[in-house]
Design a protein. Structure first.
Length: 349
């Protein structure tokens, strides 16, 4: 199965460009952000499908398979950090561009479509469960439509991202006076609400629900301080890159010795490392760009094929053909994402 990671590595280096002297100033443009997200959605795919391969009873004793699992465990929740960071950055950039109108329309044009599109996916999982005979309680089904529970679908990330959207909207809504934004005050208030959200989720949910949430806040703040921060980082690039890399390695080595909420700090440093790397590295890869641009359907529908195929021959198909299982699920995931734009709910027009 390590062959799948090799495939990801090949994709990462296909049409990649390096700059020795200058910087790529489009490192936060949509195409570059989508390309980076394209890399990490493949790691998310691996994380999710590994659960079903393990459940099939597949023997991971071979060294390449042990390495496969080791890589996944080391990546941990870092695989979703850039999704959150770029989302926070993108929303803040939109607020700067469209001002109070964007904040006013966030509930209708950003929050509600995300919830409704997620609920369509939950309905698809409900139908699948009816076909395969999976038992579901009424509370599980109802709470699944909010993202608080799951009937087999991925849910925690959607719940958290909607929560982040709501925090941004509320923070700017409260601090905006007479259609005049107060970004500084709004961001302070938002950071306070993120702390409350972290504590609440820490008391009620597993650690992956809250240990990356501040990556979103970091994206907001990076956008706010970008005009001063980016030139400073580029002027002191060697020091910034070295220091952030050392800090990340140190935090990663201490990961199991510090409280899980502090994993947020490692996530922020990781995001900074990626940002610094993309100042010098440009990805001109249409495959990764497409994957990142179709992040939502790729993320939210990928488990459909995983669940359905994991039932073939009572799991024997997965156990005996894990790589084939991965490839088939990957193809089905992509085929679902291609027509997604025709069913996507949007109120932007």
């Amino acid at each position: 199965m390590i062959a799948f990671y090799i495939g990801i590595l090949i994709l990462c280096f296909w049409k990649i460009k390096f700059s020795k002297k200058d910087f790529y100033n489009d490192f936060l443009q949509r195409d570059q952000c989508d390309s980076i997200k394209g890399i990490f959605i493949l790691f998310v795919f691996v994380r999710h499908i590994l659960q079903y391969i393990i459940g099939s009873g597949y023997d991971f004793s071979a060294m390449p398979d042990q390495l496969f699992v080791k890589i996944d465990r080391e990546l941990d929740q870092l695989i979703v950090v850039m999704f959150l960071f770029y989302s926070g950055y993108g929303i803040m950039e939109s607020i700067f561009k469209k001002k109070a109108d964007y904040v006013k329309n966030m509930p209708l044009k950003r929050i509600l479509p995300t919830i409704l599109n997620f609920d369509v996916a939950v309905l698809a999982f409900f139908i699948l469960n009816q076909f395969i005979g999976k038992e579901m309680t009424i509370s599980e089904v109802l709470l699944s439509f909010t993202g608080w529970d799951s009937i087999g679908n991925s849910n925690w990330y959607i719940f958290v991202i909607v929560l982040c959207y709501a925090i941004v909207w509320l923070s700017f809504f409260i601090t905006t006076k007479a259609q005049v934004l107060n970004p500084k005050r709004a961001l302070v208030f938002a950071s306070f609400l993120f702390i409350i959200a972290l504590v609440t989720l820490a008391l009620t949910k597993k650690e992956w629900w809250y240990n990356t949430i501040f990556a979103f806040d970091a994206g907001l703040l990076f956008s706010y301080f970008k005009e001063k921060l980016v030139p400073t980082l580029q002027k002191n690039y060697a020091f910034a890159f070295t220091a952030s890399t050392i800090a990340f390695i140190a935090l990663h080595l201490l990961h199991n010795r510090i409280p899980s909420p502090l994993f947020n700090l490692e996530c922020i440093v990781f995001a900074l490392c990626v940002i610094l790397a993309t100042m010098k590295v440009k990805i001109k890869n249409q495959a990764l760009l497409w994957l990142g641009a179709h992040l939502f359907p790729l993320y939210i529908y990928q488990r459909l094929a995983m669940i359905a195929l994991s039932r073939v021959d009572d799991g024997a198909f997965v156990k005996n053909n894990p790589l084939v299982y991965m490839l088939i699920c990957c193809v089905i995931m992509i085929l679902i994402a291609i027509p997604y734009r025709f069913i996507r709910i949007s109120f932007n027009k």
